[in-house]
Design a protein around this ligand. Structure first.
Ligand SMILES: Nc1ncnc2c1ncn2[C@@H]1O[C@H](COP(=O)(O)OP(=O)(O)OP(=O)(O)O)[C@@H](O)[C@H]1O
Ligand SMILES: [Mg+2]
Length: 325
């Protein structure tokens, strides 16, 4: 669970920041003060509970002290993202960068901008934590790629994908991304009630391909603490996306996230095959009809951990899904 800490004497800013954090996964703690402690430990000692992920040094604090404290956090607690709230962004930008400050925010920012900044800072903190904890010198870290697939449509792939992702998100908060590879008619966004600003069509071209920080900024955060890369908004965009691009995208995401859960279109199209080449696990979903079960082809990729899910019944009131291991 993320934890946001704000230090400021500005009550109006505190109110907006509190509102912004209320829409996010995590707790918010405000300290009303116009001065800063000498070091990170003096601050962290008074904060019990979940580990701190983001510290907002709010309006009203001395800038020099804020930059000094931020540089100490950068040295001693690099996994914590420090954000400086200031109206002299241009003058402060260079010293802030040198002190490892994650981002700058104008004190007049509205709730929506504060929320987006908190999301970014929180994602950066999660990435740093994973990097610090798991990376082996010289080798990229690799998360599990779980492909959810079926030969037929309408059998429950998206329902299973989204539930699996939210469930894994409880084990690994901010460590799960769900990718909608049903590129023409994907409905992960509607299943999770998301309204994405960027989609998979943006993520496989341009700067996102070279830079994982850009790629991560294209993800949409779900209130449960998982990220989603939703299908393109126009079905025609799917034609522009190749299997090779999908493979590169999944590798990039697996380097950043503990779990990459992939929803797919029915059948074994180019994008599903590209996913299977990289997947560590596969969930094959089918109905109880014989053609559906005969479509199950575990030898397709024998190195994978397979789970077969049978959808029992035909309506949501009478059905359930059983995992056969
Ligand atoms: N276990 C289940 N029991 C009953 N209904 C279910 C079950 N799982 C999903 N459904 C319902 O079946 C419908 C299709 O589910 P879903 O969209 O998850 O399938 P899908 O395989 O992703 O479909 P598509 O191939 O069109 O993408 C939805 O209305 C969903 O609510
Ligand atoms: Mg679907």
């Amino acid at each position: 669970m993320s934890r946001y800490v704000l230090i400021t004497s500005d009550q109006d800013f505190e109110k907006r920041a509190r509102q912004a954090a209320s829409g996010l996964h995590g707790t918010f703690h405000a300290i009303a003060a116009d001065y800063l402690p000498p070091g990170p430990d003096n601050l962290l000692q008074v904060l019990s509970g979940d580990p701190v992920e983001v510290i907002l040094l709010g309006p009203g604090l001395p800038i020099d002290d804020s930059i000094r404290l931020a540089s100490l956090f950068d040295l001693e607690y690099p996994e914590i993202s420090v954000v400086l709230v200031t109206d002299s962004e241009e003058e402060v930008a260079l010293p802030a960068m040198r002190a490892g400050i994650r981002d700058l925010l104008h004190p007049g920012s509205n709730t929506d901008s504060i929320r987006k900044l908190l999301e970014r800072a929180s994602l950066a903190a999660a990435g740093r934590r994973r990097g610090l904890g798991n990376s082996v010198e010289g080798q990229p870290r690799s998360g599990r790629i779980i492909a959810v697939m079926s030969p037929k449509g309408g059998v429950g792939k998206t329902t299973i994908t989204t539930n699996l992702a939210v469930g894994l998100g409880k084990e690994a908060p901010m460590g799960v991304v769900v990718v909608d590879l049903d590129l023409q008619f994907g409905d992960v966004a509607s299943g999770l009630m998301l309204d994405p600003e960027r989609t998979l069509a943006d993520a496989v071209v341009g700067a996102a391909v070279q830079d994982s920080v850009v790629l991560k900024s294209y993800l949409t955060l779900h209130p449960s603490g998982i990220y989603a890369l939703c299908a393109p908004l126009r079905p025609t965009d799917a034609d522009q996306i190749s299997g090779e691009q999908v493979g590169r995208l999944l590798s990039q995401l697996a380097n950043e996230f503990q779990y990459v859960v992939v929803d797919s279109a029915p059948g074994l199209g180019e994008h599903v095959l590209a996913t299977l080449e990289l997947a560590t696990d596969a969930v094959w979903v089918c109905g109880m009809d014989i053609p559906s079960i005969r479509g199950f082809v575990p030898d397709l990729a024998s190195s994978l951990n397979w789970t077969l899910c049978l959808r029992i019944g035909t309506s949501s009131s009478t059905s359930r899904t059983g995992a056969l291991g």
